[in-house]
Design a binder for this molecule. Sequence first.
Ligand SMILES: [Fe+2]
Ligand SMILES: [Fe+2]
Length: 141
Amino acid sequence: MQILKFELLPELLTGSEVIDEHHKEFIMRINKFWGKDLSCQDDLEAYLAYLLIYAMEHFNFEEAIMVKTQFPGMAEHEKAHCQYFDKMDELRKSILASGYTLENKEYLYNLLSDWLTSHIKIFDISLAEYLRKNNFQNLDT
Ligand SMILES: [Fe+2]
Ligand SMILES: [Fe+2]
């Protein structure tokens, strides 16, 4: 299976500097993950944590912004984060149990592609638009 590197394409920029910075960091971590030789179990576990812990921190970060700004679409957005996180956690268990098989690799790739092409475009961009329209600044949470 050929793994393509992910990029933060212009259509994925939300217009919120803090959110885009997080997405950049997450994509950098994904690409680093692909680039590693993960045949050693310790490396695999360390790199999975490196990827998934950041995903969780990023979701928590956006959720804190939504609470702080009383974003009306918060419930659906949070639900989408939970679904990703549950799928990632299932995958982590499957990888740790049966190894980094081609099937697991494909599943991870599809999950991350979906996050980039669908979640950011639908959910994160609408959050960023709300922040912009309502002039929310200084959103360090
Ligand atoms: Fe999000
Ligand atoms: Fe996001």
